[in-house]
Write a protein that binds this ligand. Structure first.
Ligand SMILES: [Zn+2]
Length: 137
């Protein structure tokens, strides 16, 4: 997909943040955000950002990246469960070797480059997850 600079500027907040809503009646988190709580039907919701540690549930590795993504191979697509909100999201893993990946491992969100548009020079970023580093290593 080609991006104009104007469009990228308009959408910059949604690219860099993982938005959800918390229900003020049942306290559950709805992701993706909605206007009605999918658990209790309440419209009493507050917007929150999900920037939490997560546990790895499952993953798949893409070795044959499409044009424009060759520099990012292998691309590791994962489903993770956020530790506090219990929200499950589809994301990418980064800063990890394939033989280090273990189900249930603890991950943390980081902002990482996704691609670069040659025509506009726009570098696109998104939230990816990396292993939580053991302090003192
Ligand atoms: Zn609710």
């Amino acid at each position: 997909m080609k991006y104009s600079i104007a469009r990228y500027w308009r959408e910059r907040h949604s690219h860099y943040r993982l938005k959800a809503v918390r229900c003020l009646d049942c306290n559950r988190v709805n992701y993706p955000p909605s206007t009605i709580c999918r658990y209790c039907g309440s419209k009493n919701l507050e917007e929150i950002e999900l920037f939490e540690q997560a546990r790895l549930l499952t993953w798949s590795v893409i070795h044959a990246a499409t044009e424009g993504f060759e520099d990012y191979k292998p691309i590791i697509i994962a489903i993770v469960e956020l530790v506090d909100s219990k929200v499950k999201i589809l994301t990418q893993l980064t800063d990890i070797d394939l033989d280090e990946i273990k189900p249930g491992m603890l991950l943390e969100p980081v902002l990482r480059r996704v691609s670069e548009d040659d025509a506009t020079g726009i570098i696109q970023y998104a939230i990816k997850y990396r292993p939580v580093l053991k302090r003192g290593d």
